[in-house]
Design a protein around this ligand. Structure first.
Ligand SMILES: *Cc1c(COP(=O)(O)O)cnc(C)c1O
Length: 369
């Protein structure tokens, strides 16, 4: 069976340098906020072209801290795409903020800016643009629409957990919004050997807020000045791993894009991939839009190709939240897509043989209808 992802291969390819870096960080005797964390923050800021990278414990914390940093509190509204995998909703629920679910655009399945603006209310404090499947969502166009609506006060947060390195012209995902968040969960395009995350921004004031919030709200030490401060830190060991892997990120993303291109060429009529053009995608997930998902899924399974669904339930339909306060647009694209999406194997160390086998299975997919 060809798996969706094989993270152990990425580890094996980089093992000598990762193991040396981990050993060195263990021997420093400083396991939090040391050289590796500082070095990684500097390297990643340079890679992204931003002023501040604030490493935290994971991508969900990053979202919560980013929302709090822009002043989102209990009862405030946050606009987000309905299909974004639940993470922004979780951050909102932790704060007591109210998610407002907007529709998505095809084929990238990222936030529909027009629909987001149609859902504005006086209580909206932030919009989260999730760069889903590695596809860059619209940030600058959204900013223009918000300004035209007289709402330049609303913060735009990019969720870049699936889009490390995605590019619009010479700007990377993470450098476009007021604040952006990353996850370094092992299966992400830039993944640690455990948990990790970051909030990034160009703004000094927001960086300062996040710095307070991730360390108990202290300033100075033992004096709590930020009401919702908590503890969210990355380990030195993980930062050391990320520093090594960052050097290989562009090459790995290139390998993912090549796989997507091979799949695209093999697709029969009626099927399409949810991918952006060129470097505006980093191929985090190879998501196929099927005319009939069940038959496609069982065909691929019979041909030895593992599949998955990212994600099978829209946020507003999740059992934990469906009775809590929320607002929703009509979500016609999101509702159509949620029944048709199917994720194919896609990871940088897939062999030519595996790619060819998936392509063969795609070419022989049962036609629509
Ligand atoms: C993985 C992911 C997160 C959450 O990251 P964790 O590090 O697992 O908390 C948030 N948003 C998106 C889009 C993700 O894919």
């Amino acid at each position: 069976m060809i798996q969706i992802n094989e993270p152990a291969r990425e580890y094996a390819a980089l093992a000598p340098s990762i193991e040396a870096a981990v050993l060195a960080s263990l021997r420093t005797g400083r396991w939090l906020f040391g050289e590796a964390t500082e070095g990684f923050a500097r390297d990643f800021a340079e890679y992204l072209g931003v002023n501040h990278v604030l490493p935290v414990a994971n991508g969900t914390d990053a979202l919560e801290l980013a929302l709090r940093a822009v002043g989102v509190g209990a009862g405030d509204e946050v606009i987000t795409a309905a299909n974004a995998g639940g993470y922004t909703s979780i951050a909102c629920r932790l704060i007591g903020a109210i998610p407002v679910y907007a529709d998505v655009v095809s084929p990238t399945m990222t936030l529909d800016s027009q629909d987001a603006v149609a859902l504005l209310s006086s209580r909206v404090k932030a919009v989260v643009v999730t760069h889903l499947y590695g596809n860059l969502g619209e940030v600058e166009g959204l900013r223009v629409l918000l300004e035209a609506a007289g709402r330049a006060d609303i913060a735009i947060i990019e969720d870049c957990a699936q889009a490390h390195g995605a590019r619009a012209g010479d700007r990377r995902a993470g450098s476009l919004g007021d604040l952006s968040t990353f996850s370094f969960y092992p299966s992400k395009n830039l993944g640690a050997l455990g948990d990790g995350g970051a909030v990034v921004t160009n703004r000094d004031d927001l960086a300062h807020q996040v710095r307070l919030l991730r360390q108990y709200g202290w300033e100075p030490r033992y004096r709590n000045v930020a009401a919702y401060g908590r503890n969210s830190r990355i380990d030195e060991v993980q930062a050391a791993v990320l520093r090594i892997k960052l050097e290989h990120l562009d090459a790995m993303n290139g390998a993912r894009r090549k796989i997507l291109q091979a799949y695209r060429n093999a697709l029969p009529e009626g099927f399409r991939l949810c991918v952006a053009e060129g470097e505006a995608t980093v191929g985090h997930l190879a998501v196929l839009l099927c005319p009939s998902r069940d038959s496609a899924r069982s065909h691929l399974n019979e041909m030895g190709v593992q599949t998955d669904i990212h994600y099978p339930t829209l946020d507003p339909d999740q059992p934990a939240w469906c009775d809590l306060p929320m607002r929703c647009g009509p979500l016609s694209n999101a509702r159509l897509a949620v029944e048709r999406i199917l994720t194919l194997p896609c990871f940088p160390h897939m062999t030519e043989d595996e790619i060819a086998k998936v392509c063969e299975a795609l070419r022989s997919l049962p036609p629509a209808g």
